[in-house]
Design a protein around this ligand. Structure first.
Ligand SMILES: [Zn+2]
Length: 281
């Protein structure tokens, strides 16, 4: 135990400017299409619940992030972006990253390679036409991808993906060795508001306490945490307290790098390149 602790203390901070941990706040804007893909087109109960996404939840989350001056990453379902382009623009103009989350929230694992490719391009191009900036990040609907997804992301020039919890640090994935890697950022169902407020229906303080404890451990180890919020879930009044309490805590620590997913991914890629260069010389 002694040597483990000593080793942790002697490791330099991994993150820029001496930050001891990194935190990404990612917000998946599904509109009604997540629940349609999950419960079916005719399930008006869930569709009615998910209406909150674009009508209220996304706006509350934008206000919270503005209050804390935190820049996050909004992963958009293409059809939800079509329904409310004003919300896409509001997020973009506030300095948040805009990333792709599937055209209509069908799982990529259920699509052929060509269908996935078409879905990625269609969603990316719609978002680019709205903001003037080409998205470089992708989160698969329900985090369900297959062996085609990462190679396709590389081929299409995406730089990060948040589907695979391959540890507590980013991982460079490069199935095409000749193309730039896709940086995998780790999601967790324990960092997903849906688990707490839909699957388990818990008070917001429970989400906050779990996220706080996770951040404490990751900060001691110099690692990365990626929250996943849904406006119709974590953007509701009480559940939004989980986010505000957590941001209060993370900011109070003074050494947590709260950054957009693209900034974390690109920084990580530079670091890997520097390390490889250092090894080569
Ligand atoms: Zn989703």
């Amino acid at each position: 135990m002694m040597s483990e602790q000593g080793q942790q203390r002697s490791e330099p901070p991994v993150w820029p400017a001496g930050h001891r941990a990194a935190l990404v706040v990612s917000i998946d804007v599904d509109g009604e299409y997540g629940v349609i893909a999950h419960h079916g087109e005719d399930d008006w109960y869930w569709r009615a619940q998910a209406r909150y996404d674009l009508e209220a939840g996304v706006w509350r989350l934008l206000e919270i992030l503005a209050d804390y001056d935190v820049k996050g990453t909004f992963c958009w379902v293409g059809r939800a972006a079509e329904d409310r382009p004003d919300a896409v623009l509001a997020a973009h103009r506030a300095g948040h990253e805009i990333a792709t989350h599937g055209w209509d929230h069908r799982t990529y694992a259920s699509m052929t390679r060509d269908e996935q490719r078409e879905d990625l391009i269609r969603t990316r191009d719609l978002l680019a036409s709205l903001t003037g900036v080409v998205p470089v990040g992708h989160k698969s609907p329900f985090w369900r991808f297959d062996e085609h997804t990462v190679p396709l992301l590389q081929e299409l020039g995406f730089r990060w993906n948040m589907d695979i919890a391959a540890g507590d640090l980013p991982v460079a994935m490069q199935p095409h060795p000749e193309l730039a890697p896709v940086i995998q950022l780790p999601p967790s169902r324990l960092w997903d508001d849906y688990s707490f407020f839909v699957d388990w229906v818990m008070p917001p303080r429970h989400a906050f306490e779990l996220w706080r404890d996770d951040l404490d451990v990751l900060r001691a180890e110099g690692k990365l945490m990626c929250l996943t919020l849904h406006p119709w879930v974590g953007g509701r009044p009480g559940p939004s307290r989980a986010l505000t309490q957590f941001l209060d805590y993370a900011i109070s620590l003074g050494d947590v790098w709260i950054a957009r997913a693209d900034h974390v991914a690109l920084w990580w890629q530079e670091r890997e390149r520097d390390l490889a260069g250092g090894r080569a010389s």
